[in-house]
Design a binder for this molecule. Structure first.
Ligand SMILES: Cc1cc2nc3c(=O)[nH]c(=O)nc-3n(C[C@H](O)[C@H](O)[C@H](O)COP(=O)(O)OP(=O)(O)OC[C@H]3O[C@@H](n4cnc5c(N)ncnc54)[C@H](O)[C@@H]3O)c2cc1C
Length: 455
């Protein structure tokens, strides 16, 4: 490790520190994970608990990615009537949060989530570098040798590792290493972006009675008897509000109850912009944050139950549903979702359907009347979590190898968590047996996840 030299201070410079060299810190690890969202978190815990020397690099200063900084909620459906599809470390995390009062059915508190995730990382002895962004990948033939990164205070880092996991959401390791990547639908268009925000002081009884009395004003899946208040619609109110302010750009208002009193998270704006063009993305953050105020004012002024509500929090991280997807040994498809496909190397089960957000189409009658069904599950094969170009690069979370439709179903948080824990456990098994990751059987991965989960 090469540390900086401190130049001797002169009298005039007593309050200044001068550096003569840029810091370069070198690491040697068994597994390095880029991205501390729900996928990277699970990968890190699984690898480290299995006994591998594990490093997690995250560009933000806290853990969780969209799960915490994006204010995304709830955990979309990851269970069928007769079975829970994602278990292991994910269930452990939920149980821990429950004990802290941080869970209400399938919704969670994002601040308590941060704390529990941090505690689990500490207990599992994962080394973490926050505020550190990957900048370069060093590769040789079909292997990644090391990656270079830089902290926001200028420290340079070089990490050699036996295995790398791209959990960056944006497929940054795949992209920088030259692995083929996909972006958007067949025309290159991404799913819409959303800035989520939370509102408190909502009167849920008033919301329920409104849903009961005006069912035609809501999507067909909204019911007054729901366990968790989850409401989308308010078509009439929006029509009224738009007469006064035509710049209100949403076509429905959607919120979900959070743990605590009268708290909801709002997932309603669709900003249709490019999710990897940084200048467009920055403009979306600006426009989206300004739009939050309009939507909040609409809710307070027009929606029953929101009369005394107040704006609690705006997500510091813009919600990117889909950006780059890194090509792996298999490309998971929308057809796999529709046909509930099972694979011999299936390592994650999911049941959430294809879900594409765009603000270019208007909500039609069919969409308003749609009620999702959860009869069966599909599987995600290990091959779609392993890079096409590099034998020691895995990809987990929303940037895994998939087509536009396949990603739109598998991107939900529980499925991303499932990918992370499967890969963390799988890499340990491959390294301990000294065989290719691809050769590890799904049952072995499942057993290893169970072994390291503290339930
Ligand atoms: C608006 C919106 C609503 C959603 N609603 C739901 C919902 O209701 N239920 C549900 O289950 N799912 C929902 N999803 C999907 C789900 O939230 C995400 O797909 C999932 O959380 C992605 O997890 P991830 O770990 O793959 O990626 P992310 O959470 O994006 O994490 C990636 C991490 O990598 C870090 N990173 C990126 N680049 C670098 C770099 N160069 N160097 C270092 N670190 C880097 C990022 O800072 C981030 O922390 C929603 C998504 C959006 C956007």
């Amino acid at each position: 490790m090469k540390r900086l030299q401190l130049r001797e201070k002169t009298l005039q410079e007593q309050s200044l520190i001068n550096y003569t060299e840029v810091v370069l810190v070198k690491y040697r690890k068994q597994v390095t994970i880029v991205g501390g969202g729900i996928a990277g978190f699970h990968a890190a815990i699984a690898a480290s608990r299995s006994g591998l020397k594990t490093l997690l690099i995250e560009k933000n200063s806290t853990i969780g990615g969209l799960t915490t900084l994006g204010l995304v909620n709830p955990f979309m459906k990851y269970w069928l009537d007769n079975q829970v599809l994602i278990k292991g470390i994910f269930q452990e995390l939920i149980e821990r949060l429950k004990r802290k009062g941080g869970v209400y059915f399938n919704t969670f508190d994002s601040e308590l989530m941060k704390i529990e995730m941090m505690k689990m990382l500490k207990e599992s002895e994962v080394e973490i570098l926050f505020k550190t962004m990957v900048t370069e990948i060093i590769k040789e033939d079909n292997k990644i040798i090391s990656l270079k990164a830089q902290s926001s205070n200028g420290e340079k880092v070089e990490i050699e590792s036996d295995f790398f996991i791209d959990a960056s959401g944006d497929g940054i390791v795949g992209y920088l290493s030259g692995n083929e990547c996909f972006v958007g639908d067949e025309t290159g268009k991404n799913q819409a972006l959303t800035i989520m925000f939370t509102i408190a002081g909502v009167d849920f009884e008033s919301v329920r009675s409104d849903v009961k009395n005006n069912p035609e004003n809501f999507f067909a899946w909204v019911t007054p008897n729901m366990d968790v208040i989850s409401v989308a619609g308010y078509f009439k109110e929006l029509e009224e509000a738009k007469k006064e302010d035509p710049s209100i750009s949403i076509d429905h208002f959607f919120f979900v109850q959070l743990p605590g009193k009268g708290r909801v998270t709002v997932n309603t704006m669709n900003i249709s912009k490019d999710s990897i063009d940084n200048s467009e993305l920055s403009r979306s953050m600006l426009e989206g944050t300004i739009m939050v105020e309009k939507i909040f004012n609409f809710a307070k002024g027009y929606v029953k139950g929101f009369e005394n509500a107040y704006l609690e929090k705006i997500a510091p991280e813009i919600g990117i549903r889909e950006s780059r997807r890194v090509k792996g040994r298999y490309v998971f498809t929308g057809e796999d979702v529709r046909t509930y496909k099972k694979f011999p190397d299936g390592v994650v089960k999911g049941c959430y359907g294809i879900d594409i957000h765009s603000n270019e189409k208007k909500i039609d009658k069919k969409e308003k009347g749609f009620i999702p069904k959860y009869d069966d599950y599909y599987e995600i094969p290990l091959r779609s979590l392993i890079s096409e170009s590099y034998t020691n690069l895995a990809i987990v979370g929303r940037c895994f190898s998939s087509d536009f439709e396949g990603q739109s179903a598998a991107r939900i948080q529980p499925t991303c968590a499932g990918m992370g824990q499967a890969i963390g456990a799988g890499i340990y098994l491959a390294m301990s047996k000294n065989i290719e990751l691809l050769k590890i059987h799904p049952n072995e991965i499942e057993n290893q996840i169970q072994k390291i989960s503290k339930l």
